[in-house]
Design a binder for this molecule. Structure first.
Ligand code: PEP
Ligand code: MN
Length: 262
């Protein structure tokens, strides 16, 4: 049976006015929404660089229950207000179907995280809304499982799905996850959905983000997701992998240059 995600699309995938599948799109922002000052500083900076879509988590899927869990709906409302102020589109993760409806007015796209790639009730709920979904690949999900997770959303009525390769678990410990470049090429070949590459959660370190992003674009990726924070050393989550603003500005300039050359 041919899957819906393999069938020719009637419409392109958009977040707000930004379309995926043409020029690569760079989505940047902090791991988590922490304070009004932090969000104001980083969103002002990103809008100044002409970034159009920002990310920032309010519901954080943390391995330990004792780690910062995110500011929840109040954080999302705050980030949404500041994003609007700077003319930015906001992407944020929702972890369960129950939170979806309440959060929806504050989001331009809903992120389904790696840990929830096979949360089938969330996938079905995401299929019933009319906002775009960024679906991240599960920590140990095969390309087939990733494909079928996307199919759940589309089969439930929402064809606005952007896949996100964010690294998978392997024996390698030099990176947090192993960025699966093959998956990007294979999914581009097989599916009619755009795919972006989250270099930050793949690498778990900040020194190799530019080459990974270039690789993601070179194999046909439709965009890059990356974490940046005004003061990474005091970030409440993923401190070791977030670029500071100087580092991000340089990353952004170099990646734009690369995109214009290829
Ligand atoms: C995130 O992007 O905030 C995140 C938690 O990533 P992942 O779901 O890929 O681990
Ligand atoms: Mn993170």
């Amino acid at each position: 049976k041919q899957l819906l995600v393999e069938s020719k699309r009637a419409t392109a995938v958009h977040i707000g006015p930004v379309s995926f599948g043409e020029a690569p799109v760079i989505i940047a922002g902090p791991c988590a929404i922490e304070t009004e000052e932090q969000i104001t500083e980083i969103f002002a900076f990103l809008s100044g660089l002409d970034v159009q879509i920002v990310r920032a988590g309010a519901f954080k899927p943390r391995t330990s229950p004792y780690d910062f869990q995110g500011l929840g709906i109040d954080g999302l409302k705050m980030a949404s207000r500041i994003a609007k102020q700077y003319g930015l589109l906001l992407v944020s993760e929702i972890m369960d179907a129950d939170s979806l409806e309440e959060a929806l007015p504050y989001l331009d796209a809903v992120q389904i995280g790696a840990r929830n790639m096979q949360n089938f009730s969330l996938l079905k709920a995401a299929g019933a809304i009319n906002k775009p979904i960024i679906l991240k690949r599960g920590l140990s999900a095969t390309i087939e499982e990733f494909t079928l997770a996307a199919e759940y959303i589309v089969a439930s009525g929402n064809d606005q799905v952007i896949l996100c390769e964010r690294g998978i678990r392997t024996f390698e410990t030099a990176t947090r996850n192993t960025l699966d470049i093959s998956a990007v090429a294979i999914l581009k070949e097989r599916l009619e959905l755009p795919i972006i590459v989250d270099v930050s959660h793949a690498a778990g370190r900040k020194d190799i983000l530019l080459p990974l992003a270039k690789a993601g674009i070179a194999v046909g990726g439709d965009g890059i997701m990356i974490e940046t924070h005004p003061q990474p050393s005091i970030a409440l989550s993923d401190a070791q992998q977030q670029l500071n603003m100087t580092e991000f500005a340089s990353f952004y300039r170099e990646l734009k240059k690369f995109i214009n050359e290829v």
